[in-house]
Write a protein of this length. Structure first.
Length: 324
């Protein structure tokens, strides 16, 4: 015969055991979920990169000079260098740029970068790199938009030959820096989204500050910046913007304009120091392309051993190609 009190006692004990088991199972899964959330957050934090960048537009180039003399002629000028006025203005604005950087960043470290174009590299040298002897890194995807000759860089050997005849110090600091130039095509050379991806994969091109920000001063181009930050108009030559970007939120692009060049419209173009001078009255708009071709042919077989040695060194640099 069934003993009811004992039966109910056994059932109560079994129920208590089930209850304890359910609580233990629930705690176990809560712990697992919390661990997953915690590890996901840690991974998110570790993947977050805060870019703290000052972008500077290059100084007045020979293409800028030609466009002001006869608009359209500049499209045939390959990889234009700075004019003498562009060089002098870049030097004159060096102290102001450095002052603004100290006001904004204090003693935090930063690197110096430039696009693969000669005019950006020369501006980087004259505005800041020569002052501190800092290396110039060639950054990817920060070139100028457009398919004309003035927006494509020359081969490295030709760039070295031109720079050695103008400012050998530029080549010296490029040799000290890193070369991360991208494949040169219209989709990659001026692409802000790809630049952010490239920056995440190449943090050594930047300097890490005590606050966790990766900093750089990058010398670039007007239409690249206009498209990247949806500016109503292009920056003047040698003007700058400051921006802080979380690479996990690339859509939020705020910037502060630094109008360094107060006399941007009052530029004396002559003498200009260009390969094909705007001051040479014998060169007309229609003859610019032909004149460049003729002069390039005459100088193609000549070259100093000094520029040849530097070009070999630059060509031996490990170029980081980015197809992202």
């Amino acid at each position: 015969m069934l003993n009811l009190p004992v039966y109910y006692q056994e059932k109560a004990k079994e129920g208590a055991r089930l209850k304890v088991a359910r609580i233990a199972w629930f705690k176990d899964w809560i712990g697992r979920i919390c661990c997953c959330v915690l590890f996901s957050y840690i991974a998110y934090i570790s993947d977050t990169m805060i870019l703290d960048i000052v972008f500077v537009r290059h100084g007045v180039s020979c293409a800028n000079a030609w466009s002001r003399k006869s608009y359209g002629a500049h499209l045939f000028y390959p990889d234009p260098e700075l004019t003498l006025s562009g060089i002098n203005t870049s030097k004159a604005l060096s102290a102001l740029l450095i002052h603004n950087l100290e006001q904004r960043w204090g003693k935090e470290p930063y690197s110096i970068g430039a696009s693969r174009m000669i005019r950006a590299q020369e501006t980087a040298y004259h505005m800041i790199a020569s002052t501190f002897g800092k290396p110039i890194n060639v950054m990817a995807h920060v070139g100028e938009a457009g398919i004309s000759a003035d927006n494509y860089s020359l081969p490295v050997a030709e760039q070295v030959k031109i720079l050695m005849g103008r400012a050998p110090g530029v080549v010296n600091l490029l040799l000290k820096g890193r070369d991360g130039r991208e494949p040169q095509n219209m989709w990659d050379k001026a692409n802000f989204g790809k630049f952010l991806i490239w920056a995440e994969n190449n943090p050594d091109f930047f300097e890490l500050g005590s606050d966790g920000h990766f900093r750089a001063v990058i010398f670039t181009h007007s239409h690249f910046l206009k498209h990247a930050f949806h500016m109503p108009t292009v920056l003047a030559n040698n003007d700058a913007i400051h921006t802080v970007i979380d690479t996990t939120k690339p859509g939020a692009r705020r910037y502060e304009t630094w109008p360094l060049n107060k006399s941007a419209d009052a530029v004396d173009l002559c003498p200009d120091g260009c390969k094909i001078s705007v001051c040479d009255k014998s060169v007309k708009k229609g003859g610019l392309r032909r004149t460049l071709r003729q002069r390039r042919g005459r100088s193609g077989s000549s070259g100093s051993s000094r520029s040849s040695r530097s070009s070999r060194k630059l060509n031996n640099i490990n170029v980081i190609s980015s197809d992202d």
